[in-house]
Each structure stands twice: as structure tokens, then as C-alpha cells.
Design a protein around this ligand. Structure first.
Ligand SMILES: [Zn+2]
Length: 123
């Protein structure tokens, strides 16, 4: 299970979650938990931290956000931090314990319900 910590990059986290899950070809389901995206393997071996970090890197490259955010690997986590530091103003992150579907915007505070829901997009 790989965690992407988006503290300081909350405004791109929904985009990032769907981008990474697409690149992983549905091998792991993104679960948004507060400021973190948890990639839960669907079956067998999930993606590695290195793999997710490199996909996050291409996301920033494609969106021309490389100057704004930095990607680093820390243990089992990939950290996306704002270069200017101090987090972002304006947009707030999701409240803790709210799971949001990156495919259609469906949101629930029940993890089981969320996981059940997300699977319909991979059938
Ligand atoms: Zn959905």
C-alpha cells in the first residue's frame, strides 16, 4: 500500500489521484483520506513507492507544475510538497475521513461503501 502525502498540494490531489490510478491501469484504488491518497492494491502486488513517485513526477511535468511542487520518497510514502512552502490558501482539503471517488465525485464517509462504489468503475 503506497501513500501519497499531499499536504501543501491539496488543490491538485483529486486530479493527481485519478491520473495515477489511470497510469496504474486499475491495479490499485485511490482512497482520499484527508490530505493523503492511499493506493490500495486491487489484487496481488500493488505498485511500489518508486513507481508511484515517478508517475507523480510525470503528472507534474504534464501539468507544468514542476516549478510549483516537489516530489520525494519517504519510506512507504510519496510526499508532494509545495516549493514555496507554507501550504496553500483559498481551497481547503477534504475533511478527514471523507472518501471521494475520483471518477465521478461520489463522496462518503464510509470506507466500505466507498470501496464498493469505486469497483464499479473498474468492471
Ligand atoms: Zn464513482
Amino acid at each position: 500500500m503506497v501513500v501519497v502525502d499531499c499536504s501543501g498540494a491539496e488543490s491538485v490531489m483529486a486530479d493527481l489521484a485519478s491520473y495515477v490510478s489511470e497510469r496504474l491501469g486499475g491495479r490499485a484504488l485511490p482512497i482520499l483520506k484527508g490530505k493523503k491518497i492511499v493506493f490500495d492494491p486491487v489484487s496481488g502486488e500493488g505498485p511500489t513507492v518508486r513507481e508511484v513517485a515517478s508517475i507523480v513526477g510525470s503528472f507534474l511535468h504534464e501539468k507544468s507544475l514542476e516549478a510549483k511542487y516537489r516530489v520525494s520518497e519517504e519510506g512507504e510514502s510519496v510526499c508532494v510538497t509545495s516549493v514555496s512552502g507554507g501550504g496553500e490558501t483559498g481551497r481547503r482539503g477534504l475533511p478527514p475521513n471523507l472518501f471521494m471517488c475520483t471518477h465521478c465525485g461520489f463522496a462518503t464517509s464510509y470506507e466500505e461503501l466507498y470501496q464498493q462504489h469505486v469497483r464499479i468503475h473498474y468492471v
